[in-house]
Design a protein around this ligand. Structure first.
Ligand code: NI
Length: 254
């Protein structure tokens, strides 16, 4: 079963054609999708979509680029929403040193606070780590985040770092980047990470895989990610779909 474990189809771009996007996903064999939250203002919409569509699941959390939306009230909302049966994870949360290096300490503090909430509720964590591999890893390890499950979303580290993450029990989620011709690192990661630790995602509307690179991404295109990983590993498309789908179902209980 193909599952898109990370897709931002709650965004404005998809508002008037949500049904169509879900329908197209089904036609491509994508049976379930997970919409991660980025800031409190968007949580209600995600819950609404989850309640209206059987195959849509969600996550709530404050993204490192949305730090200013974090407050005690936000924290309370995250705790409450995480109790919802279709809110299956905390996320996306993490560290991003690419966009903003001025608030590193604050990023770390808020990342850690949210991890503790996930641990309290017992739901897995969808991690955004951009150019912050060492610090992300240190915090996840120290807080024993793997106890509830960790997904390194849109994994962008080296093959060595991927294996370090796997050793800690983290899952590695790969998206459109693996289909890019020059993405040597991502292709190597796709090759060496045990299939039992791989998840698929689109990160739509971003990161569109070949052959639609440059256009808007959507959950259906997770199929191209699965095909590329199958080609890289020399295994069948069906095996990639089946094992990564089972991984997602087991971890997210969906
Ligand atoms: Ni994302």
């Amino acid at each position: 079963m193909l599952i898109d474990t990370h897709t931002h189809i709650d965004m404005e771009n998809f508002k008037d054609r949500f049904d169509e996007v879900i329908q197209t996903a089904k036609e491509y064999g994508v049976e379930k999708v997970v919409i991660p939250g980025v800031e409190p203002a968007g949580f209600a919409r995600i819950v609404e979509l989850c309640e209206n569509y059987a195959n849509v699941y969600g996550a709530v959390g404050v993204h490192p680029e949305e730090l200013n939306s974090y407050s005690e009230e936000a924290e309370e909302q995250i705790k409450q929403y995480l109790k919802h049966p279709k809110i299956v994870a905390l996320g996306e949360v993490g560290l991003d040193y690419y966009w903003d290096k001025s608030q590193i300490e604050k990023q770390k503090e808020i990342f850690e606070r949210q991890i503790l909430i996930a641990k309290e509720v017992g739901k897995p964590i969808l991690v955004h780590d951009r150019e912050a591999h060492q610090d992300s890893f240190e915090i996840l390890k120290r807080t024993k985040a793997a106890d509830v499950g960790v997904v390194m979303h849109c994994f962008s580290g080296s093959p060595e770092f991927a294996m370090e993450c796997v050793k800690e029990g983290f899952y590695i989620a790969l998206g459109g980047v693996v289909t890019f011709k020059n993405a040597k690192k991502a292709k190597e990661v796709a090759k060496i990470v045990p299939l039992e630790k791989l998840l698929l995602e689109t990160d739509a509307p971003y990161m569109t895989p070949v052959p639609f690179r440059g256009k808007e991404n959507q959950p259906a295109y997770v199929k191209f990610v699965a095909q590329e990983i199958a080609d890289i590993r020399g295994i069948s498309f069906e095996e990639v779909a089946e094992v990564t789908g089972a991984n997602a179902q087991k971890l997210l209980k969906i």
